[in-house]
Design a protein around this ligand. Sequence first.
Ligand code: IPE
Ligand code: IPE
Ligand code: MG
Length: 270
Amino acid sequence: MSRFVSSTLGVPASGRVPRHVAIIMDGNGRWAKKRFMPRVAGHTRGVETVREMVRACLERGIGYLTLFAFSSENWRRPEEEVTLLMQLFVKALRHEVVKLDRNGVRLKVVGDLSRFDSGLRDMIAAAEEKTAGNDRLILTICANYGGRWDILQAANRLAQAEPEKAGQWQESDLAPYLSMHYAPEPDLFIRTGGEERVSNFLLWQLAYAEFYFTQTLWPEFNDEALDKAIASFQQRERRFGRTSEQLVADPHPPVSASCKADAKHSDLDA
Ligand code: IPE
Ligand code: IPE
Ligand code: MG
């Protein structure tokens, strides 16, 4: 069972600063096109934004940053672009992990990694292992990730582990098998690039996230843009199904017996 309060089984605490920010980094291709550059130039510039956002989250005390880097549907892109995205991923792992580690960042990569070549899989495993002791910021990269894949793989693993309980599974039975079981649900979901859709990102986990869409293209997203998203988040009333009046009277009702009180980033490999 997760140590974090599920938004559907209980009422999670919500602070002024989002504890978990999840971002669809979109608009790299259009950023490049505007400059008469190849799409790949946009992806290269996008990696710089990733670096800046990791720093910005550390500075703001955000505990979890989750970035959608490659969706299960992005294989449909031209082969050349897919190859370059893989190369960029390898390059970033090679160059950034030492810095991440030095800054107390734990790296997690989630998604169906079986489709990646073994060299890349080994690099991911090594990076996760190297940073496993860090807990200032948990940076999750979603690679070959799809929300439907995630729910299905969890259901399949649960079915294997507890076949005798089939037909009686509860949310709390499935939750530990989801790929981001080690993190609280995202508080703030940001999509750059102007599209207002979820594109098969964290379908289960976004149940009660606050959504924020911006026209800003990912390569141009910066501290100021992040602060605007956080300011918007701070104006939301997170009711989790209750009424405004209930919220004022009792902002943090006791957690139901089915959800344990949450502790800070331990138990990541449970
Ligand atoms: C997001 O930027 C990066 C990935 C999907 C890998 P896009 O490449 O989707 O950029 P646009 O949407 O074409 O501008
Ligand atoms: C979503 O962006 C996936 C990532 C950012 C990795 P896309 O650009 O692939 O999404 P669609 O195709 O416009 O929905
Ligand atoms: Mg796009």
